[in-house]
Design a protein. Structure first.
Length: 135
């Protein structure tokens, strides 16, 4: 699922409209630690963050997303495996963790790859089963 947010220059967009440029070095108990060139390491509460991004690939357009959704929904084998994934312990761990859900909602794909519960989900037998069908 994606690249690496830690160790890479990011743009943190705050809900009040300003931006912070720096390297996200950690996220612990609802607080991001961000290493900036001008201010050193600063802490930003996750509830102040609108989004975090970097020089990542552009987001897919609506038609691409709809095409992927249609393809997945039309494949009964994939859909049954997705339903099993939703019930599995790795997905439940993600859904029950507010900090992880905050990262998921931020749509910061790079930060997601550094989240242990997301990595566990991506490496789960259910996710491997979905990958096998899609390949």
């Amino acid at each position: 699922m994606i690249g690496s947010a830690l160790g890479a220059e990011q743009v943190i967009h705050l809900k009040e409209g300003s931006q912070i440029h720096g390297e996200v070095v950690s996220m612990l108990r609802g607080t991001y630690s961000v290493k900036t060139q001008s201010m050193g390491v600063i802490e930003v509460a996750s509830d102040q963050v609108k989004s975090i991004g970097g020089a990542a690939a552009p987001e897919p357009d609506e038609s691409t997303i709809q095409s992927i959704q249609s393809s997945l929904m039309g494949n009964q084998s994939v859909m049954s495996r997705i339903l099993k994934l939703q019930e599995g312990p790795a997905m439940q761990a993600v859904l029950s963790d507010p900090e992880v859900m905050q990262v998921v909602q931020s749509m910061d794909m790079q930060a997601l790859t550094k989240t242990p519960k997301i990595r566990a989900l991506m490496n789960s037998p259910q996710m491997q089963s979905i990958r096998d069908v899609l390949q």
